[in-house]
Design a protein around this ligand. Structure first.
Ligand code: G
Ligand code: G
Ligand code: NA
Ligand code: MN
Length: 254
């Protein structure tokens, strides 16, 4: 309860910040996107990682407000970079399960795009595989409407759930993100290596882009490059950093 109260307080007092992690096009090394990741700047406890409060935010429903803030702030940040003369790259925002099933996510995204002035193709929504599969018919309707707005959709943590290939074919998604639990052992574990290769092939057969997350080592980078993975994300390339550092480090003024 104490934690819930301080989380409520955090929402009211705007104690959240976003950090940004680069997405890299593997073959060229170019930055092709940024994932927005929330942190809680707690007045006493310092930076609290999302793993320690997102579950409670989900459970309590506070994620609705927090999620709106993330979406607004991420779109506004992308516009600020563009206005400062940096090239337009898509910003990725994680949608929580509660946000997706809430009903008016489509209206919210439309509103945020409108108020920020961000081009729809500069926004990517990351949705976990488990969420989409929980209610396939409903998800399909929502995802189609989101696609009609022109935003991009990626399936996050792919491989940890159980997507049926039949559904995957029908879903209007652009990208699969291979969960980092498969990436961490690709150099040593033959099963993980085989799974990652299979997901890359599957994505390409379905005309989807494929991103590997959690890349931490050169051997992993090489394996992914040799096996045709499109994009990568991970500490090997860059950790999540505040917006100023992201622009300074990863964006080059036109
Ligand atoms: O940054 P870190 O690795 O600690 O993130 C842990 C988890 O929190 C990840 O699963 C990530 O997707 C999730 N997360 C980070 N930012 C957000 C956000 O803005 N919204 C939601 N719903 N989840 C987020
Ligand atoms: O669930 P999701 O895929 O959104 O999780 C993203 C989280 O993974 C981010 O919050 C980020 O901090 C974390 N992350 C990003 N790159 C790496 C990495 O190379 N290794 C590990 N262990 N975590 C990473
Ligand atoms: Na994500
Ligand atoms: Mn993920």
């Amino acid at each position: 309860l104490d934690m819930l109260n301080s989380l409520r307080h955090a929402v009211a007092n705007n104690e959240f910040v976003l950090q940004f992690q680069p997405k890299i096009h593997l073959a060229t090394g170019k930055v092709v996107g940024a994932e927005a990741l929330i942190r809680w700047r707690h007045p006493l406890r310092g930076m609290v990682p999302p793993g320690s409060f997102i579950p409670l935010a989900e459970e309590s429903g506070l994620i609705i407000e927090i999620g709106e803030w993330v979406l607004r702030t991420a779109c506004a940040q992308n516009m600020a970079w563009q206005r400062a003369g940096f090239p337009a790259i898509p910003i990725s925002v994680n949608l929580s399960p509660r946000q997706l099933v809430r009903g008016d996510i489509v209206a919210l995204v439309a509103e945020v795009l409108h108020e920020s002035g961000l081009a729809p193709h500069c926004l990517e929504l990351e949705i976990t595989e488990t969420v989409v599969m929980r209610d396939v018919d409903k998800s399909l309707v929502i995802l189609k409407k989101l696609k009609e707005l022109g935003v991009k959709i990626s399936i996050d943590d792919f491989g940890t759930g159980y997507s049926s290939l039949n559904y995957l074919k029908r879903f209007p998604v652009d990208t699969l993100k291979i969960d980092r639990s498969f990436v961490s052992d690709i150099a040593d574990d033959q099963d993980d290596a085989a799974i990652v290769k299979a997901v890359i092939s599957l994505a390409h057969i379905l005309n989807l882009r494929v991103v590997a997350e959690g890349v931490e080592a050169e051997e992993q980078r090489r394996f992914l490059l040799e096996n045709g993975c499109d994009e990568v994300q991970g500490y090997y390339f860059g950790r999540p950093v505040p917006s100023e550092s992201f622009a300074g480090k990863w964006l080059q003024a036109k």
